[in-house]
Design a protein around this ligand. Structure first.
Ligand SMILES: Nc1nc2c(ncn2[C@@H]2O[C@H](COP(=O)(O)OP(=O)(O)O)[C@@H](O)[C@H]2O)c(=O)[nH]1
Ligand SMILES: [Mg+2]
Length: 281
C-alpha cells in the first residue's frame, strides 16, 4: 500500500485528530496463537492490557501516539473454528458492546490473525457469525476492517503476500477487507515504524471510505441489552450504564406521575362527597 506523508501540524494534517480502534479476533481451540491485547499495548506504547490471562471484558484505553489521540478497545476472542453458539454468552455480549466504548464508533476494526495460523474452511462461517454480533449487515463491518497479522517475527524469509497466497482462508478474509492488512511483531517494540505505518493505513482507509467511521447503532445495543437481561449486569459498560440510568430515570418519573394521578382520581369522589354533605347541612 502506498504510504502517505503527514504534516506535524494538526491544522494542515489530512488525518483525523482522533483514531478509534477496536481489536477483534479469534484464537486456536487450544488457546494458542493470537495477540489482540499485545497489539493494543504495542499500538499505545504502554502495557495497559493484560496479556497474562484471557481478556474477559472489553476495555478501552487512550494514549497520544504519533501526534494523534488513539483509543484502542480490547475485546474477548472466540474460537476460530467453532460456531458462535459455542462462544460463552458473556463474551458475545462483550464483543457486541465493545463499539460503545469508543463513541461515536470505531474508525477501524483490526481483525487480529497470527501470521502463522492456518485457517480452514470452517473459519468463514464462524467469523461471519461473530461479526454479526456487531452488525447483522456484516458488509458494514468488512468496510471498516483491516487484517492485523501478529507474530510478524515468525514470518522468517517468507513475505506476508506469499503467506496470504498459500492459504485460501486468508485470501478470502483479505479480499473481504479489500486488501487492507498490516504485519506487527509484538515482541519488538523498538521498531515503532510498524505502529506508525499501521496508523497511516487506517487513515488511508478513513480518507477513502464513504463513511469515515463505523457508526454505532445505539438502538441495537439497547435492544440486545434488554434481551440479555439475565446476564447484562455482569458486563455493563459505561455507555450502557448511562443508557440504563436514563431509562430508569424516565420510568421513575413516569411511574410517580402515574401514581399521583391515580391517588388524585381515587380521592376525588371522597372530596365531592364531603362537599355534598356540607351543602346538605
Ligand atoms: N512471538 C510473538 N508472540 C506474540 C505476538 N503477539 C502476541 N504474542 C504472545 O501471544 C500470547 C497471547 O497474546 P495476547 O495479546 O494476550 O492474546 P489475546 O488473547 O488475543 O489478547 C502472549 O503471551 C504474547 O506474548 C507476536 O507478535 N510475536
Ligand atoms: Mg487479550
Amino acid at each position: 500500500m502506498a504510504s502517505l506523508t503527514y504534516s506535524s501540524s494538526p491544522a494542515q494534517s489530512n488525518h483525523p485528530t482522533e483514531l478509534r480502534i477496536v481489536l477483534i479476533g479469534g484464537r486456536e481451540s487450544n488457546g494458542g496463537l493470537k495477540g489482540k491485547s499485545s497489539a493494543g499495548n504495542f499500538i499505545l506504547g504502554q502495557n495497559v492490557f493484560n496479556t497474562s490471562r484471557r481478556t474477559a471484558q472489553s476495555e478501552a484505553r487512550q494514549q497520544e501516539v504519533f501526534s494523534r489521540r488513539v483509543t484502542v478497545v480490547d475485546t474477548p476472542g472466540w474460537c476460530w473454528v467453532y460456531p458462535r453458539e459455542d462462544t460463552p454468552k458473556l463474551d458475545q455480549i462483550e464483543i457486541q458492546n465493545s463499539v460503545h466504548l469508543c463513541p461515536p464508533g470505531p474508525h477501524v476494526f483490526l481483525l487480529v490473525i497470527p501470521v502463522s495460523l492456518y485457517l480452514p474452511e470452517l473459519v468463514k462461517a464462524s467469523l461471519k457469525q461473530h461479526l454479526e454480533l456487531l452488525n447483522a449487515d456484516v458488509f458494514k463491518i468488512w468496510k471498516h476492517t483491516l487484517v492485523l497479522f501478529t507474530y510478524g517475527d515468525w514470518l522468517g524469509v517468507k513475505t506476508v503476500e506469499e503467506r496470504i497466497e498459500s492459504d485460501e482462508g486468508l485470501q478470502w478474509i483479505v479480499n473481504k477487507c479489500e486488501n487492507r492488512y498490516h504485519v506487527l511483531n509484538n515482541k519488538d517494540h523498538s521498531d515503532k515504524t510498524q505502529v506508525k505505518e499501521l496508523l497511516e493505513k487506517i487513515e488511508e482507509m478513513w480518507a477513502g471510505n464513504e463513511d469515515p467511521y463505523y457508526e454505532v447503532e445505539l438502538d441495537r445495543a439497547f435492544q440486545h441489552d434488554s434481551v440479555e437481561e439475565g446476564n447484562h449486569v455482569c458486563c455493563l459498560n459505561r455507555n450502557i450504564l448511562l443508557f440504563n440510568s436514563q431509562r430508569v430515570g424516565f420510568w421513575y418519573v413516569f411511574q410517580n406521575i402515574y401514581i399521583v394521578c391515580l391517588l388524585y382520581m381515587i380521592s376525588e369522589p371522597t372530596r365531592s362527597e364531603r362537599k355534598c354533605k356540607m351543602c346538605e347541612t
